[in-house]
Ligand binder design. Structure first.
Ligand code: GDP
Ligand code: IMO
Ligand code: MG
Length: 423
């Protein structure tokens, strides 16, 4: 099983960081291939607790190399801070981290525009992380991006910045903002580039070489399938393609090399930001999920919306991505519930409907149809063996497998690396 992809099967924050940290122990290369620091992947292991935004969460396996591939967009300041955080914790990064010069850079105007678009949309806002993600990807696809490679020739970088500011400052001014100072940005960003320079190297030959030698590559998906720009709940999505097919554009790995696709899902559902969420709870059960699951965003600290497990979206995600297996996280969060519900499918005006039948407006109208399962009301936190799970917890997992049609290979029962059942 040479090339394994870990992908979020819901709306993000499924616990991908935790699963990657566990799987990285047997990997040679760990690769991020899309998104930016809108991702926040929490890793809790013997080195400490880390909110990872850009560097792959598998970096804690000392033998593995970590690649930030071309599909990722970079906030240089955040990346410099993250490197410092890891080095302070005693993680050696020299010669182990590769940053692709093809990565696009999040510039100050992207962050400003992100905020301004959100403000302009008012109640209809997306609820972005405010990290400049949409405007940076928009510049990438409209040939206005600045890439890491552009910094190698300082004059080239200055010229590109100058051209962009010609337009961006006019836009900012028209929206009541002060124009940005070219010299200040040029100097600040060039200084950041110099700090990152030792890590910048085209990673294609390393990635391709590792794949062709049949060594183990672990791809770290960010966000979640329902935030995918094409297949998610548009416009309440993110700007990149989250799905498994994006490994070719984002990391240069041919599709047929993918051997395993692990869909990571919480044992219930959460979402941050706006957009439809058919199984959302607005009662004490929802509050209990927030409380027990400590459901606050790793990147923005926002309270996450919570709801029951939704098998309808999981089935769709499995078909779209070709899930070969599932990793279920946060089973322990359900320990106290007397009854637990699983949404088996959606109905609209008395008819069964599917996720893909309509848009976000349609999804805001569908009614989830539930099956109720008895809770186990026993502690599962930290359980490491399947046989040690209460019978009702096993029955719940079996029901998820049956509804989704994909086998469960990993069950996470706590934040720490050790709290994992491997089947
Ligand atoms: P990611 O973005 O998919 O990596 O997920 P986040 O790190 O943003 O959010 C998941 C949160 O759940 C983090 O605080 C994790 O430490 C925590 N977590 C992961 N797995 C488990 C688990 O099995 N049980 C509990 N209680 N917490 C978990
Ligand atoms: P990880 O990798 C949860 C959501 C935002 C917002 C929408 C668009 O930690 O699972 P953006 O800033 O990307 O333009 O925001 O996407 N979003 C996430 N929600 N986890 C994430 O990443 C997310 N990345 C983006 O909340 O609704
Ligand atoms: Mg997260």
């Amino acid at each position: 099983m040479a090339v394994t992809l870990v992908v979020g099967a819901q709306w993000g924050d499924e616990g991908k960081g935790k699963i990657i940290d566990c799987l990285a122990d047997t990997s040679d290369l760990v690769v991020r291939f899309h998104g930016g620091n809108n991702a926040g992947h929490t890793v809790v292991n013997k080195f400490g607790k880390f909110p990872m935004h850009l560097i792959p969460s598998g970096i804690f396996n000392k033998k593995a190399k970590a690649v930030i591939a071309n599909g990722v967009i970079l906030d240089l300041e955040v990346l410099v801070k993250e490197i410092k955080m890891l080095e302070t914790a005693g993680i050696n990064l020299k010669g182990r981290v590769l940053i692709s010069p093809r990565c696009h850079v999040i510039m100050p105007y992207h962050k400003l525009l992100d905020r301004l678009y959100e403000e302009a949309k008012g109640k209809k806002k997306t609820g972005t992380t405010g990290k400049g993600i949409g405007p940076t990807y928009a510049d990438k696809v409209s040939y206005n991006g600045i890439r890491v490679a552009d910094f190698f020739d300082r004059k080239n970088f200055r010229d590109k910045l100058s051209t962009q500011l010609l337009v961006k400052n006019k836009v900012l001014k028209s929206l009541g903002e002060k124009p940005l100072n070219e010299k200040e940005i040029e100097e600040k960003y060039y200084r950041l580039f110099i700090k990152l320079k030792p890590f910048i190297k085209e990673a294609f030959s390393v990635v391709s070489g590792t794949v062709s030698k049949n060594k183990k590559v672990l791809l770290e998906g960010a966000h979640g399938i329902f935030l995918d720009n094409d297949w998610g709940t548009y416009p309440f999505v993110t700007a990149s393609n989250v799905l498994s097919g994006n490994i070719t554009a984002g990391a240069g790995i041919p599709p047929q090399k993918l051997t395993k696709v692990i869909g990571v899902t919480k044992a219930y559902t959460t979402r941050v930001g706006q957009g439809p969420f058919p199984t959302e709870l607005f009662d004490k059960n929802g509050d209990l999920l927030v409380e027990k699951g400590i459901e606050f965003g790793t990147t923005t600290g926002r309270k996450r919306r919570t709801g029951w497990f939704d098998a309808e979206i999981l089935r769709f995600a499995a078909k779209l991505n070709g899930f070969t297996e599932l990793a279920i996280t946060k089973l322990d969060v359900l320990d106290q519930f007397k009854e637990i519900k699983i949404c088996t499918h959606y109905a609209l005006k008395g008819r069964r409907v599917n996720y893909e039948d309509g848009d976000s407006l349609f999804l805001s109208k569908v009614k989830p149809v539930y099956k109720t399962i008895k809770g186990w009301q026993k502690n599962t936190n930290g359980v490491k063996k399947y046989s040690d799970l209460p019978p009702q917890a096993k029955a719940y997992l079996k029901e998820i497998e049956k509804q989704v049609g994909v086998k469960i290979s990993y069950i996470s029962t706590g934040q720490e690396r050790e709290s994992l059942i491997t089947i």
